[in-house]
Design a protein around this ligand. Structure first.
Ligand code: PLP
Length: 339
């Protein structure tokens, strides 16, 4: 038994998902003629109370399209210093959009209206025009911390009053929503555009969606083509995404429970220095310097058939997911306690 906790992207389609994929009605999506993609886009847009949606190969692409449609070259966007759009999208903010990032030190990766306000540039000749704020929910690098609507609402109001667009990198948005018990429709109201990933905890092999107004998505479709993301009979993949949205959302709370079991097990060990609070399905912890380096720990677990990702010199990240079973959890706890 190989246990893979490197990411929630490692899941493989279930039998039922594969069946949905094989039966998908498909067509050429560049001509807007793929029924399975059209159904997925309509379903997701409806779910979040948005007018329209755009199916893309990755969350990087949906985020980058959003940045492109909300900004002009030479603009500035505001995001947290830990955000995925800044750290893990290959410099796309500047590469694709000619935009620079104002990095804010949020609270566990989360921004607030008060924090953001201080970073919005006034309209002066020598200052960069601030045009976009981007939030991440849940926050990958901060142990899966999440926003509540209470926190989002004033940010949304601030952005409206200052004429800024507000984007949400919701790669793991459903992980947040199963914890807060808030609905997609409620959260949809507060953002101009939202990106959600189908290939993380939801278990689809490929795909992300960008949600927004008809006009934004029309622009986004053009940018997607330019970015090389205009796919043809990709309905086979979209069908997996639709299956995931319909069947794999509620069960995310099981991943969160398992993550807390791992957190508790780690707390009892002698080699862990500190653990970031575990809010959802991501466990990030630091190893004591005199015990293991991240690399050594990764190797040690690999010898026990457990794959994990060193996330820094002394830091480890583990992510629970759909294919991480109860049996695997028991085995992982056993190994963690033996080390
Ligand atoms: C995974 C992820 C993305 C998108 O990544 P892709 O691998 O391009 O699909 C975006 N934001 C966050 C926070 C992520 O974790």
């Amino acid at each position: 038994m190989i246990i893979d906790l490197r990411s929630d992207t490692v899941t493989k389609p279930s039998e039922a998902m594969l069946e949905a994929m094989m039966k998908a009605p498909v067509g050429d999506d560049v001509f807007n003629e793929d029924p399975a993609i059209n159904e997925l886009e309509a379903y997701a847009a409806e779910m979040f109370g948005k007018e329209s949606a755009l199916y893309c190969p990755s969350g990087t692409m949906t985020n980058q399209i959003a940045i492109k449609i909300h900004t002009q070259p030479g603009d500035e966007l505001i995001c947290d210093v830990n955000s995925h759009i800044y750290n893990y999208e290959g410099g796309g903010i500047s590469f694709n959009s000619g935009v620079q990032a104002k990095l804010v030190h949020g609270e566990e990766g989360r921004l607030s209206a008060g924090l953001i306000e201080g970073f919005i540039n006034p309209d002066l000749d020598w200052l960069t025009r601030t045009s976009l704020v981007s939030l991440e929910n849940t926050v990958n690098r901060a142990g899966g911390s999440y926003y509540t609507l209470e926190r989002i609402k004033p940010i949304s109001e601030l952005c409206k009053s200052k004429g800024l667009a507000l984007h949400l990198d919701g790669a793991r948005l459903f992980n947040a929503l199963v914890e807060t018990k808030e609905s997609p429709k409620e959260i949809g109201k507060y953002f101009d555009t939202i990106s959600i990933c189908l290939s993380k905890g939801l278990g689809a092999p490929v795909g992300s969606l960008l949600l927004g107004t008809k006009e934004q998505i029309k622009k986004g479709r053009k940018v997607r083509k330019v970015f090389g993301g205009g796919m043809r009979q990709a309905g086979f993949l979209a069908a997996a995404g639709l299956y995931a949205l319909k069947n794999n959302v509620e069960r995310l709370s099981e991943d969160h429970k398992k993550a807390r079991v791992l957190e508790n097990a780690l707390q009892e060990t002698s080699y862990v220095d500190s653990i970031l609070p575990v809010y959802t399905n991501i466990i990030i912890f630091n190893l004591k310097k005199d015990k293991y380096t991240g690399e050594a720990f990764e190797k040690k677990l690999a010898e026990n058939n457990i794959k994990i990702a060193a996330f820094g010199k002394q830091t480890i990240r583990m992510v629970t997911h759909l294919d991480f079973t109860d049996e695997m959890l028991a085995q992982t706890v056993k190994v963690l306690k033996q080390l």
